[in-house]
Design a protein around this ligand. Structure first.
Ligand code: GDP
Ligand code: MG
Length: 446
């Protein structure tokens, strides 16, 4: 997520790390680099200008506080200014959303293909599974005959109730009227409403959405925005906000090639909160938007808080060894490796794990993106075909042993070699994570 932006920003910040004093020349350089990076990432000119100007004012008037090194102070100002961009997103708002009394109606609006339907189902699943809510979903898209089937198919897959007791000749308001009556009768906590998108913003769509909003009076109207689209996405989001009273944003496809422009511009320009982000196509690929975590990520400090949450949620901490303890790096065997692979799969795959690690671990992320979860299953088959001795002493693995293993696992020798190489890299990765300020120590604290 945001790899390119993060790499560039942390490169700039790293230039200052360890400096005793940061002078005016450094600050000028930093502001110049930041401006270039932000504009290249498609961040709106208004937001870029504001951020740069605020940084200039604060950094040039640095009044050193006793005991705080100038680098730390400098970083604090940078963090604060990035947080300021997201000041409209508040944790209390999310808490309010799911600590509801009575029925809450949530409407999803947005252009075609931005991810309304997929992410509505993700939210339904999150409310049901994590927050124990009774959730009903419905679509009022009467233009595409497949809309009803698509939603009910996805709802069914996620074991979420979908309202389908209407005819395709009903108007959106008739459908919603029936759905609301049903929601009340069945005492649902949430009714999530999917609406028809368009390829671009037009008056007809806005007119229909205004009618829907005045009829159902949603508690939340989320504008779903594709985070990859850059300036055009920002423009259409502004058009939506001009016409409709939206509550905030659901930013999708943050796992993809998002440069960061939509993320960094939208909330500040519209003074509306980002509520959720979609980080993949799977039903669990949704997270609340926490400004501090995203800023930490953007600046290259990783997102260990979310990683720990994933670990606590998805891995049984009573397991004898959750993540390797430091002593075992010395003798990281293929069995340890197998165990780690299993934990990683439980945590949503290697990409998810590394995505949240701080940049200063210097992990070669390209080595990860090449592999999908099927490859990890292959690794397990290959390790299962090794003898116990080979698992402890990888140096034993000569040509004939590799051939035997490849036959046993039903894979090619190339695959066996790949796995051995990968094992070596993982060994390095885990030993890096084992240093004093590490993930492991954080996990141990929990
Ligand atoms: P809608 O037309 O706005 O309802 O869009 P859909 O929900 O049908 O989604 C369009 C496409 O985007 C589908 O292929 C989804 O799987 C994909 N999609 C939605 N959200 C995400 C996301 O967060 N990450 C990724 N990678 N794909 C997504
Ligand atoms: Mg849809």
């Amino acid at each position: 997520m945001l790899d390119n932006l993060t790499a560039k920003i942390s490169n700039v910040l790293n230039k200052f790390a360890g400096k005793k004093k940061i002078n005016d020349f450094d600050i000028k350089l930093l502001l110049k680099d930041f401006r270039k990076i932000l504009l290249e990432a498609d961040v709106s000119w208004t937001v870029t200008k504001c951020l740069i100007e605020n940084l200039r004012t604060k950094l040039t008037n640095v009044d050193l506080v006793n005991g705080v090194s100038s680098y730390d102070y400098f970083i604090k100002i940078v963090v604060d200014e990035f947080l300021n961009i997201f000041k409209f997103s508040k944790v209390e708002d999310y808490n309010k959303l799911y600590n509801n009394f009575g029925i809450s109606i949530v409407l999803f609006v947005g252009l075609n293909g931005v991810g309304k339907t997929t992410n509505l189902i993700k939210l339904a699943n999150l409310l049901k599974q994590d927050k124990n809510k009774k959730v009903l979903v419905v679509t009022c898209d009467v233009y595409r005959s497949a809309a009803k089937e698509q939603l009910s198919f996805l709802a069914n897959k996620a074991s979420v109730d979908c309202f389908i007791n209407f005819s395709l000749t009903d108007s959106p308001l008739e459908i919603l009227n029936k759905a609301i009556i049903y929601t009340r009768a069945q005492k649902y906590d949430f009714l999530l409403v999917d609406s028809a998108g368009r390829s671009h913003v037009d008056d007809k769509m806005m007119y229909e959405l205004k009618n829907i909003i005045s009829f159902i009076k949603p508690d939340y109207t989320f504008l779903t925005v594709d985070s990859i689209v850059g300036q055009s996405g920002i423009k259409s989001a502004l058009a939506f906000c001009d016409s409709l009273n939206i509550s905030g944003f659901f930013l999708t496809k943050m796992d993809g090639d998002s440069k960061g422009g939509v993320l960094l511009s939208l909330s500040f320009l519209t003074k509306k909160a980002i509520y959720f982000i979609g980080t993949g196509e799977k039903i669990t690929d949704i997270t609340f938007f926490y400004p501090d975590r995203i800023v930490s990520r953007i600046l290259g400090f990783g997102d260990l808080t979310s990683l720990l949450e994933d670990i606590n949620k998805k891995i049984n901490l009573k397991d004898e060894k959750v993540i390797l303890d430091e002593n075992s790096f010395e003798c990281f065997t293929f069995d340890d490796f197998k165990k780690q692979i299993k934990y990683m799969l439980d945590l949503g795959g290697m990409n998810n794990l590394l995505d949240k690690m701080p940049n200063n671990y210097n992990i070669d992320k390209s080595l990860v993106t090449k592999f999908d979860d099927k490859f990890f299953l292959k690794i397990i088959a290959i390790i299962n075909s090794m003898t116990l001795k080979e698992r402890i002493y990888p140096s034993l693995l000569n040509g004939s042993r590799k051939r035997r293993i490849s036959l046993g696992a039903g894979v090619s020798i190339i695959d066996v070699n790949k796995v051995i190489k990968y094992y070596d890299k993982m060994k390095k990765l885990f030993s890096k994570a084992g240093d004093s300020k590490s993930l492991i120590n954080l996990i141990k604290k929990k």
